[in-house]
Ligand binder design. Structure first.
Ligand SMILES: [Zn+2]
Length: 79
């Protein structure tokens, strides 16, 4: 079965370009992963402490311009 689920996503925009993207919960630098090599401007960041997943959109220089924490735990009990 496929159903629509509404999630509240927390988004940040790193203030400084030199800033490493951090976990929204732990403020720990994220481990970065590139799941789709053909889309270098979109990567995944996982937190080594809490395991949280973040979607990151990068600018042309590889700096994060948007970090969105994905509330995957909320998928366990969709409203
Ligand atoms: Zn974390």
């Amino acid at each position: 079965m496929i159903q629509d689920v509404v999630l509240r996503v927390r988004v940040s925009t790193p203030a400084r370009r030199t800033e490493s993207p951090v976990c929204h919960q732990c403020q720990i630098p994220l481990d970065l992963h590139q799941p789709v090599p053909d889309r270098p401007g979109e990567i995944l960041g996982t937190c080594p402490v809490c395991g949280g997943w973040h979607f990151l959109r990068l600018d042309d220089n590889g700096h994060a311009r948007l970090v969105a924490h994905l509330p995957l735990g909320d998928l366990d009990s969709p409203g």
